[in-house]
Design a protein around this ligand. Structure first.
Ligand code: FNR
Length: 362
């Protein structure tokens, strides 16, 4: 690593050796409000942390003297080949990590030959994502909104744009309580938009529909020819229901510990889901994957492939910081503003656009 005048010295000194280095880097580099949003778990974050700790309790039974001179990490998910069994889980608000947002993520996934699940809550539109990496392998993640016309339109748009799977997230009828977001009064900066939900809809109509049930899978089925993958399954009972309702895939997930604090680590839930499914549909997993050996443990316990959420966001932040390093500017398009005199109790956050900030630095 080299030193660029003007770039914070504490960031220049970091060597990137593993995903945790990218996490540590992102924590130092990102505006606090963005870091807090990405890193958050629900309540005490016990499920978020358990996702990672659970891997450390699982040990291998390694066998020796096998010919491992020829290695091939390729696999297929729902019939499409990926170059290694790690895809990118859906996460929202990528522009908080870099101005190109989900377009960068789509390009990175394509370059790595893997699957990117684009979130409903993307800060780039589905068209922009599709155009950024033509021919890339992508699924679209859907939240069902109170106004079903909004969801229907998104599903049909994703199919028309060449997305190859529809991921229905089942574990977010309401948003979990993420304490730092509450403390920060987190909201998207005004220059960032939920591009897929722009349009003539009232806020209430695009809010999540908490009345969704298993029967809504039949409704989804009637809208699209795409395979349906259900995300957020943690028990054998729900795995059986998912199969019976005709989904093509299951993602064992607890939303990175951002929803029900106290839910099991996904690697611990995987075994009962795999046993219940008995090979009838593909089973994937996300949550806490931070090393190759985590991937191996999940595959050994029956997952066809895994997805990473936060680490992809740390990667975006790192790449973005390297772009700015070349011009010696630290990107802070979201700044915290000290409370004004007499308003000390009122923690205020102010957003300015990246361009304005760069002008200021100039
Ligand atoms: C998420 N996740 C998520 N899931 C989803 O279905 N739709 C979404 O829009 C989001 N948004 C989102 C934002 C952020 C900042 C995070 C961290 C997570 C959950 C995500 O798909 C995945 O389940 C977890 O991130 C996996 O855990 P790890 O890899 O982050 O530990």
């Amino acid at each position: 690593l080299f030193f660029t005048p003007g770039f914070p010295e504490h960031l220049c000194a970091m060597a990137m050796v593993c995903l945790l280095d990218f996490e540590a880097y992102a924590e130092k580099y990102l505006p606090k409000i963005a870091w807090d949003f990405f890193a958050a778990g629900a309540d005490e974050c016990s499920t978020r942390d358990e996702n990672i700790l659970a891997y450390k309790r699982i040990r291998f039974r390694p066998r020796m003297l096998r010919d491992v001179s020829m290695l091939d990490t390729r696999t297929k998910i729902l019939g499409t080949e990926i170059s290694f069994p790690v895809g990118i889980a859906p996460t929202g608000f990528h522009q908080l990590a870099c101005p190109d947002g989900e377009k960068s993520t789509a390009r990175a996934a394509k370059a790595m030959g893997t699957c990117y699940i684009a979130s409903t809550y993307s800060t780039c539109s589905l068209e922009e994502i599709a155009a950024a990496a033509p021919g890339g392998f992508r699924w679209f993640q859907l939240y069902i909104h109170r106004n079903r016309a909004v969801s229907r339109q998104l599903v049909q748009q994703a199919e028309a744009l060449g997305f190859q799977g529809l991921v229905l997230t089942a574990d977010l009828p309401y948003t979990g309580k993420r304490r730092n977001d509450v403390r920060n009064g987190f909201q998207l900066p005004p220059h960032m938009k939920l591009k897929n939900l722009e349009g003539a809809f009232e806020v209430y109509e695009v809010s999540l529909d908490p009345s969704v049930t298993w029967d809504d899978i039949y409704w989804l089925r009637s809208l699209t020819h795409l395979p349906i993958i259900i995300k957020g399954i943690l028990t054998k009972e729900d795995a059986e229901l998912a199969v019976r309702h005709g989904v093509q895939g299951i993602i064992v997930s607890n939303h990175g510990g951002r929803q029900l604090d106290g839910a099991p680590a996904t690697i611990d839930a995987l075994v009962e889901v795999v046993e219940a499914v008995r090979g009838r549909v593909e089973v994937y997993l996300d949550g806490g994957i931070r090393k190759g050996s985590d991937v191996l443990k999940a595959l050994a316990l029956g997952a066809k492939c895994v997805f990473i959420g936060r680490p992809a966001l740390w990667g975006l932040a790192y790449k973005e910081s390297q772009n700015h390093r070349t011009v010696g500017v630290e990107r802070r398009d979201i700044v915290e503003v000290a409370p004004k005199e007499g308003q000390e109790d009122d923690l205020r956050l102010e957003y300015i656009s990246c361009e304005e900030r760069l002008r200021e630095v100039d």
